[in-house]
Design a protein around this ligand. Structure first.
Ligand SMILES: C[S@@+](CC[C@H](N)C(=O)[O-])C[C@H]1O[C@@H](n2cnc3c(N)ncnc32)[C@H](O)[C@@H]1O
Length: 219
C-alpha cells in the first residue's frame, strides 16, 4: 500500500526483507505463494507475512477457542490463524461482503485443508457484528474497511470476553506514506487508534508489524 520509496520507507523495507529472509525456511504459509496460487487477483490487499506470523503467535500463546475476523478477502489471514487454531480445537468466524472474495476464500480454505475450522459469514459487518451476543469471542481480528474501525469498536469490545484479545491491522496508516487511493482510510484509523489507546475497557499497544497492529486485552 506504500508509495514510491523514500529514505524512511527504504529503511523499513530493509527491516522487512531481513525479517522475511530470517523466516523464509520455517514459514508455514507465505503470502507471495498463496497469492500466486489464487486464481482471482483483484482482491483488497491481505496482511503481510510478519502480521500473519504475529497472529499465529497470539493464537499459540492464548489458544482462543472462538475467533472472529472482520474482513476475509481471499482468506490469507484466516488460513494463517486456522493452521494454528485447528491444533487446539479453536474455530474462526470470518465476515466478508464481497461475493467474489468470499467465493475465492472458500476455495482457498478447502485447498489449505482448513475449511472445517473456518466459517465464513457473507454480508455486511455493520449488520452482522451488532447481532453477536455479549462476550462471544476470545479473540477478534479487525481488518475490514478502515472507515468502519471506529464505528464497530464499541461492538467489538462488547462481544469480546474479559481477558480476550483484540487486534487491528493497518494501525500505522496515519503516519505511513500511503498511495492516494487509501487517503480516506487515514482519518478513521487515527480516530480508532485514539479510542483504543484511551479506552477504559482495554489495555493496548501499537506494534510496528506489517502496516502497524494495535493489540489490546479487554480488562
Ligand atoms: C484488508 S481486506 C482483508 C484481508 C484479510 N484479513 C487477509 O489479510 O487475508 C478487507 C476486506 O474487508 C471487506 N469488507 C469491506 N467492507 C466490508 C463490510 N462492510 N462488511 C464485510 N466485509 C467488508 C473487503 O471486501 C475486503 O475483502
Amino acid at each position: 500500500m506504500r508509495k514510491e520509496l523514500d529514505l524512511e520507507t527504504d529503511t523499513l523495507e530493509r527491516y522487512q526483507t531481513y525479517i522475511e529472509d530470517l523466516y523464509s525456511v520455517t514459514a508455514s504459509l507465505r503470502k507471495k505463494e498463496f497469492v500466486s496460487k489464487t486464481g482471482w487477483k483483484d482482491f483488497v490487499p491481505v496482511v503481510d507475512d510478519d502480521t500473519a506470523r504475529f497472529l499465529q503467535l497470539i493464537l499459540q500463546m492464548k489458544k482462543p477457542k472462538n475467533i472472529l475476523e472482520i474482513g476475509t478477502s481471499i482468506g490469507f489471514s484466516a488460513i494463517s490463524m486456522a493452521l494454528i487454531a485447528r491444533e487446539y480445537g479453536g474455530t474462526i468466524t470470518t465476515i466478508e461482503f464481497d461475493p467474489t472474495a468470499a467465493a475465492q476464500a472458500k476455495i482457498n480454505f478447502v485447498r489449505s485443508g482448513v475449511d472445517s475450522t473456518i466459517q465464513i459469514l457473507e454480508g455486511d459487518a455493520c449488520q452482522i457484528v451488532p447481532g453477536f451476543s455479549d462476550a462471544s469471542f476470545d479473540f477478534i481480528f479487525q481488518d475490514v474497511d478502515k472507515q468502519l474501525y471506529p464505528i464497530l469498536l464499541k461492538d467489538c469490545i462488547r462481544i469480546l470476553k474479559p481477558g480476550g484479545v483484540f487486534a487491528a491491522d493497518d494501525a500505522l496508516f496515519p503516519v505511513m506514506d500511503l498511495d492516494p487511493k487509501w487517503y480516506d482510510q487515514v482519518e478513521p484509523v487515527g480516530e480508532f487508534n485514539h479510542l483504543v489507546a484511551n479506552s477504559q475497557e482495554l489495555s493496548s499497544t501499537l506494534l510496528p508489524i506489517g502496516d502497524g497492529m494495535i493489540v489490546a486485552v479487554k480488562k
